[in-house]
Design a protein around this ligand. Structure first.
Ligand code: FAD
Length: 384
């Protein structure tokens, strides 16, 4: 049953909406209503993502988000009561261009300055760690020993069940269709199942953030961009401790998935759009490159494949917090391909912002939407 009123209405039931609902409820506000239009929570970007978690970013704010979020994932099973298959197998970036070597040296210095033990590796060290990946042409690499993987659906289910346990209401099959504004304030949300009066609306609509922003008259600069993944049958040569390996120049990555490999590669020609069908032409290019980098893949079959959407912001950084107007409208958007890992901390920061007036666990000034009205913000470079 749809209630007539709610203190906070969250639009979108991926990791961001679920984490926001959980953190609002755990801070004592249980008059929270989350609306998800699909039949299940976490089926869109979150359910289609590669599950990677890492500290290795070029931008200080992203590293700081990871510092908080990864420790929340480490405590997740105990605090939220759900297993999330956390595997800190490390992320190994392979660098084949001089310009990347320079940028990643600066990244390692930044990360180490913030207390993260990222290692700089010579070509020979990379070769040993990346096996059975062929490292021909690789000049150097970086390794983050506490980076790794976690299960996205476990994280969403944990937050959904936890929020419900605390008293929040989370509904599927309910689409938000409009937002009413009166005297510069949010006052109601209309949905496919009726109207709810509320003074606070959270835009957690992932790749659809611009459309939900438009309902409130807010221009949210987020565009949808298709990315796809293939999972192989068993590869006996794969060591148990095989890390997430990323050939940065090609945005080509591999990690262990069951007894096989999950691989993805970003298509630089991809156009913005909501198409989530697998592009089989691009898959051929991707698999050709993947086999060239990891020849043992040639002996494996494809077990599964899918496509999903990145929600890309102009500087590849998140858009988080209250907007200048209308009052009562909040964003948690634009995670640009690395939002799963930042779901825990961003939901907490948003709950602080709503309930306490301002996020305080971390300063979110660099993530506020009004930065797009200013010049000179620093773009995230380590985007895959
Ligand atoms: C192929 C791929 C690989 C990725 N790999 C990684 C990775 O390794 N690590 C990482 O950290 N991130 C990764 N990401 C990015 C990550 O998946 C996203 O940043 C994150 O899941 C965003 O979560 P979200 O809740 O914002 O969006 P979503 O999970 O898309 O949730 C938004 C929800 O809003 C709902 N919705 C939209 N409009 C409405 C409406 N009007 N009414 C009701 N509901 C609505 C949608 O149905 C959807 O369920 C990857 C993404 C893709 C596509």
């Amino acid at each position: 049953m749809l209630p007539d009123t709610a203190d906070v209405v969250i639009i979108g039931g991926g990791v961001m909406g679920a984490s926001s609902a959980y953190h609002l409820a755990s801070k004592g506000n249980t008059d929270v209503l989350l609306l998800e239009r699909n039949q299940f929570f976490g089926e869109e970007s979150t359910g289609r993502c590669a599950g990677g978690i890492r500290y290795q970013f070029s931008n200080e704010i992203d590293v700081r988000l990871s510092l908080h979020s990864i420790s929340m994932l480490e405590r997740f099973a105990e605090e939220v009561g759900q297993e999330i298959d956390l595997r800190q197998c490390g992320y190994l970036f392979l660098l084949s261009r001089e310009e990347d070597v320079k940028v990643f040296q600066e990244n390692v210095a930044l990360q180490r300055g913030l207390g993260i033990e990222t290692e700089w590796l010579s070509a020979e060290e990379v070769k040993r760690k990346a096996s059975p990946v062929d490292t021909t042409g690789i000049l150097a690499g970086t390794f983050g020993p506490r980076d790794g993987l976690a299960d996205p659906s476990g994280v969403v289910q944990g937050y959904v069940k936890g929020a419900r346990r605390l008293g929040a209401r989370l509904l599927t099959d309910t689409e938000a269709t409009g937002i009413e504004i009166r005297a510069g304030r949010v006052c109601a949300v209309s949905t496919s199942r009726g109207r709810i009066e509320t003074g606070t609306v959270v835009n957690a609509a992932g790749p659809w953030a611009a459309a939900v922003g438009a309902m409130a008259g807010v221009e949210v600069p987020v565009r949808p961009l298709r990315r796809q993944i293939a999972v192989t049958t068993a590869i006996p040569e794969l060591p148990d401790d095989f890390p997430m390996v990323i050939d940065f120049a090609d945005s080509l990555y591999f990690h262990r998935e069951g007894n096989g490999v999950l691989t993805g590669m970003s298509n630089p020609q991809e156009q913005d759009g909501f198409d989530q069908s697998v592009d089989s032409e691009w898959e051929l290019t991707h698999l050709e490159r993947a086999v060239a980098r990891m020849p043992v893949l040639d002996n494996a079959g494809i077990l599964n494949r899918w496509a999903g959407l990145y929600a890309v912001s102009p500087d590849a950084l998140a858009i988080l917090g209250k907007v200048p107007e209308p009052e009562g409208f909040y964003c948690i958007n634009g995670f640009s391909g690395h939002g799963f890992m930042h779901g825990p901390i961003c939901g907490l920061l948003l709950a602080e912002e709503i309930l306490e007036g301002r996020a305080h666990t971390m300063d979110i000034a660099p993530l506020r939407i009004d930065r797009f009205m200013q010049k000179g913000s620093a773009k995230e470079y380590a985007v895959v």
